[in-house]
Design a protein around this ligand. Structure first.
Ligand code: PGA
Length: 247
């Protein structure tokens, strides 16, 4: 089976206004030839305008989260179908900021993944241990447990990726060592093969957490690293392009 096509996705989190579309245009304009699929996931309210700004370019647009139901009385929420309608092709689900800040369990994440698939969105499912869990020697158990609990059987045969994001590395400037990243990525791959058989070899496993132009080459070339989920450094075209070019 061929190697997964790498995916490099920018997670803008709750950052970005209409003026930030210039940054997205600069990313698309500076992309050049790359073996990666590249995506930007802006706040939901910017998706439609960003999809228009990037139409005809190779850069995909994604959402950062959506509800697990298709429609209904959920004040303030958006559905997967709404993201697709606005121009999104992917969705980040199960980010630790959602798991921690909004108490999303594996079961909630799995239900959101099912909703994404119903709408035709490609899920990027995030997993990752806290510093306490790593110090206690539980990182592999926590991460593989999240993979088992967050990935529903319906993903078989569908495009998706898993993003390993150690909670303690997000927005902190700290990163695990390359052997630590490889150990977790191999464990995720084994779990994917356990769950999905041979198809489990095809989804890219992204690394996320303080990826910058300066550390991207080493991280992106580590064993079983199939791309990156980039927060802070995806907000500036120059930095995001630096990461993409490191592949
Ligand atoms: P960071 O965020 O690159 O700013 O550490 C990554 C993420 O939360 O996806």
């Amino acid at each position: 089976m061929s190697k997964p096509t790498p995916l490099i996705a920018g997670n803008w989190k709750m950052n970005g206004l209409a003026a930030s579309l210039d940054e997205a245009r600069a990313i698309a304009g500076g992309l050049g030839a790359t073996p990666a699929r590249v995506a930007i996931c802006p706040p939901a309210i910017l998706i439609h305008r960003m999809a228009q700004a990037l139409s005809g370019t190779a850069v995909l647009v994604g959402g950062q989260d959506h509800h697990w139901d298709d429609s209904g009385a959920f004040t303030g929420d958006v559905s997967a179908e709404m993201l697709v309608d606005a121009g999104a092709a992917l969705a980040i689900l199960g980010h630790s900021e959602r798991r921690t800040g909004y108490r999303e369990t594996d079961a909630v994440v799995a239900a959101k993944v099912q909703a994404a698939l119903r709408a035709g969105l490609e899920p990027i499912v995030c997993v990752g241990e806290t510093l306490e869990q790593r110090k206690a020697g539980d990182a592999l158990a926590v991460v593989t447990g999240q993979v088992r609990g967050s990935l529903p059987a319906e993903l078989a045969g569908r495009p998706f990726s898993v993003a390993y994001e150690p909670v303690w590395a997000i927005g902190t400037g700290l990163t695990p060592t390359t052997p630590e990243i490889e150990e977790v990525h191999r464990a995720i791959r084994e779990t994917l093969v356990e769950l999905f058989g041979d198809f489990g070899r095809t989804p890219p496993i992204l690394y996320g957490g303080s990826v910058k132009p300066g550390n991207a080459a080493e991280i992106l070339h580590a064993d079983e690293v199939g791309g990156a989920l980039v927060g802070g450094a995806s907000l500036k075209a120059e930095d995001f392009l630096g990461i993409i070019r490191a592949l």
